[in-house]
Write a protein that binds this ligand. Structure first.
Ligand code: GCO
Length: 482
């Protein structure tokens, strides 16, 4: 076996619309739940975003996308994963909705993405388009409760159809939705992401954390599966292409070899990954999830299972961190497990990122890739992998560009990726670093940076960090040639 990644390996960077585009709701798109979440405070006065910011301006990619594509090119990327904004592509401005009426397309929004996609193709970068990355249109939240209502399935397919019609001739790689686990657990469980529903009253005014995440998750799966069905029946025969989903998981490693902790690590995987991956790749929910949630986990009909099972051409995974896992605790949202970064000998697992949930532990990444391949037997794209360095916020220009911790992170993770592919035989087809640019990091606002490019938010000037050059060189050396 060659010691290199395959010649057609996709290497690039990932971003998401709300995190980079800027432009407030109302300007040229309607509102998403993230506009509402960042601008409306709950009655408790709870601060929802660390620096009270929003994505109104973000990295101004709405205006600077040509510059951003030039950056991609300068980093040697052959692929780019980005999301399109549902509330930019569909016009939710119509106030009255007659029965059967579908919200119309917004041609301005479509034109923008069409230009971006054509420019990418022109410079030789393959677009990977995510249809939904957390920014559900507020209109659908207002009309019927968004993801809590099965009506979302039809609206999602309607939106996807418009995207396929508008871009299907040029876009050959589609991702229906991004990280549904994060969306449901943070959005309806802890209430720390939009729509901010939760049973914790100090955080949210409404919500039921014991039922809503699982109902929302159920509808995410159905929306995904019906979209894929439509794609396979109507789009693929004309334009070809592949379609799948992006899930996320920590690499759950048993704290020690006690059987209950080995089992707890599996439960962690079952909740974060299996909740979506098992229905999609195997046709049923994981047994441990069913056991813990009981009848709060909605059932699929036999007909639905037919549509869901096998509804992803690839396995998209966002992988950042590892978790030493023990049995215990009552956090049902994570499957009643406890996680730590402190090893039994008292030392840290790896270098701590600025994000509290993230430590650099590359062996965990290799384990996770192996687990996914062994369990789901589907080729993998690493759709996100990255690190928020403390130096990003502790230093300023020009020192901030020496992002040593991020370079070390990528060094470890790219080598783990290579080992998984060439030594373990895991078919990984692509890798996207998160992220091309510093951007709006959800409830952390701008206090945490993940970019390989530093964004000076006062001027919106972009400055490549050392990590961008590390990745450029590494992939130039490790992707094989025909
Ligand atoms: C996602 C992620 C990204 C984050 C990144 C760093 O949903 O794909 O949440 O949007 O910015 O994972 O936390």
């Amino acid at each position: 076996m060659s010691k290199l990644l395959p010649a057609d390996f996709a290497y690039g960077f990932a971003t998401a619309a709300y995190q980079i585009e800027g432009t407030p709701a109302g300007a040229n798109r309607t509102a998403s739940i993230w506009d509402t979440f960042t601008h409306v405070k709950p009655k408790s006065g709870h601060k929802r975003v660390a620096d009270d910011s929003s994505g109104d301006v973000a990295a101004d990619s709405f205006n600077r996308w040509r510059e951003d594509i030039a950056l991609l090119k300068s980093y040697g990327a052959n692929s780019y994963r980005f999301s399109v904004s549902w509330s930019r592509i569909i016009d939710f401005g119509g106030s009255k909705k007659a029965a059967g009426y579908k919200d119309p397309a917004n041609w301005e929004g479509i034109k923008l993405y069409r230009e971006i996609i054509e420019e990418l193709v022109r410079v030789g970068i393959t677009p990977f388009v995510t249809l939904h990355h957390f920014d559900l249109p507020q209109a659908l939240e207002d009309r019927y409760g968004g993801w809590l209502n099965k009506k979302i399935v039809d609206d999602f397919v309607h939106y996807a159809k418009i995207c396929f019609e508008s871009f299907g001739d040029v876009v050959k790689h589609w991702i229906t939705t991004n990280e549904p686990y994060v969306a449901i657990v943070t959005g309806y469980g802890y209430g720390i992401h939009a729509p901010g529903r939760s049973s914790y009253r100090e955080i949210a005014d409404e919500g039921d954390s014991s039922t809503e995440p699982w109902i929302a998750g159920h509808h995410f799966i159905l929306a995904h599966a019906h979209t894929v069905k439509y794609f396979r029946e109507h789009v693929f025969p004309v334009h070809g292409g592949t379609i799948g989903i992006t899930l996320d998981s920590s690499s759950y490693i048993p704290y020690d070899d006690k059987p209950e902790n080995v089992e707890a690590a599996q439960r962690g995987r079952d909740f974060q990954l299996g909740l979506f991956a098992d229905p999609i790749y195997k046709g049923h929910y994981p047994a441990s999830v069913k056991r813990i949630l009981g009848n709060r986990l909605p059932d699929f009909t036999a007909e639905e299972i037919d549509i869901i099972k096998g509804s992803s051409d690839f396995f998209g995974v966002n992988a950042y961190t590892s978790s030493l896992t023990r049995d215990g605790g009552h956090d049902e949202l994570r499957g009643n497990i406890e996680t730590t970064f402190i090893k039994p000998d008292g030392t840290q697992l790896g270098t701590q990122a600025k994000s509290s949930w993230l430590q650099d532990y590359a062996p965990g990444f290799r384990l996770l890739l192996n687990y996914i391949w062994k369990t789901y037997k589907t080729p993998i794209y690493v759709t996100e992998n990255g690190f928020s360095a403390k130096s990003d916020v502790e230093l300023s220009l020009p020192e901030v560009l020496h992002d040593t911790d991020r370079v070390e992170y990528f060094r470890g993770y790219t080598n783990a990726l290579l080992a998984a592919v060439v030594e373990d035989g895991v078919p990984v087809k692509g890798y996207f670093a998160w992220s091309l640019l510093d951007n709006f990091e959800w409830s952390d606002g701008y206090t945490t940076r993940f970019g390989v490019t530093y964004v000076d938010y006062k001027t919106q000037m972009r400055y490549p960090k050392e990590s961008s050059q590390f990745l450029k060189k590494w992939f130039a050396e490790h992707i094989g040639r025909e």
